[in-house]
Design a protein around this ligand. Structure first.
Ligand code: NDP
Length: 239
């Protein structure tokens, strides 16, 4: 099958880490790409960078409005922006919990809601949510993060049931340990423990994740929806 290459793609948090590499991969494949960043700068060359904070619906509305004016309705949404605020549960404050949920779960809801109307109108759309192996595997110190990431599975599956008949798919990508700023915060001991548990025997790269996301958005993956696709070297087997 020849893949359609003129999709309009929006990646949240596309200024660094996984999101930036995802944006580069879509550009490489010939798509028109916009990224959000909180500073309004820092997306890859060739992408439109717009300012948005996913915890603020008004800023997202303005950002997506700019993308629609400059490029057109968003066909492919990659909801990637996310944070961690790791603490053992007894030390985790309610603010630690709600801040992570507000960015990683409610922030995704806000973004999806803002782009969905255009996808319904077009009767075509791809919604790809960045979850984590931790959402289903669990992780000590990440009760907030794992709860939000698990919630994305219910979100993708409910979206699939609501809008699946409109040519829209909604899937979850669940990376394992990927080398980015987020994992650079972990201690050597935590890294060694993860490495020992990964059957592939190596950490993942941003390319590993970007290529799977680009494939999920391609014509070849048009009949996959409500799925959780692991990109974790086998770390979470059994999900
Ligand atoms: P990084 O920490 O490298 O980058 C996070 C991105 O999210 C940045 O662009 C950041 O923007 C953006 N962001 C954070 N908060 C907000 C906000 N409120 N509004 C808008 N943008 C925001 O993370 P990764 O690239 O490692 O992770 C990307 C996604 O993949 C996340 O959802 C993460 O949970 C998930 N993931 C990562 C794994 C890993 O091992 N790295 C494993 C599994 C899942 P800014 O530059 O402004 O801070």
């Amino acid at each position: 099958m020849t893949d359609t290459t003129d999709r309009i793609v929006l990646v949240t948090g596309g200024n660094r880490g996984i999101g930036r590499r995802v944006a580069e991969e879509f550009l490489r494949r010939g798509h028109r790409v916009a990224v959000t960043s909180r500073s309004g700068q820092g997306g890859p060359d060739g992408a439109l960078t717009v300012r948005a904070d996913v915890t603020d619906a008004a800023s997202l509305d303005a950002a997506v409005g700019e993308v629609e004016r400059e490029l057109g309705d968003v066909g492919v949404l990659v909801a990637n922006a996310g944070i961690t605020r790791d603490r053992l549960v007894l030390r985790m404050t309610e603010d630690d919990f709600t801040a992570v949920v507000d960015t990683n779960l409610t922030g995704v809801f806000r973004t999806v809601k803002r782009v969905l109307k255009g996808q319904i109108r077009a009767r075509w759309g791809r919604i790809i949510l960045l979850s984590s192996v931790v959402g289903l595997y669990g992780s000590a110190g990440q009760v907030n993060y794992a709860s939000a990431k698990a919630g994305l599975v219910g979100m993708a599956r409910s979206l699939t049931r609501e809008v699946g008949s409109r040519g829209i798919t909604a899937n979850v990508v669940a990376p394992g340990f990927i080398e980015t700023d987020m994992t650079a915060e972990l201690t050597d001991e935590q890294r060694a423990r993860y490495l020992a548990a990964i059957p592939a025997g190596r950490f993942g790269s941003v390319e590993d994740v970007a290529r799977v996301i680009a494939w999920l958005a391609s014509d070849d993956a048009g009949y996959i929806s409500g799925a959780v696709i692991p990109v974790d070297g086998g770390l979470g087997m059994g999900h």
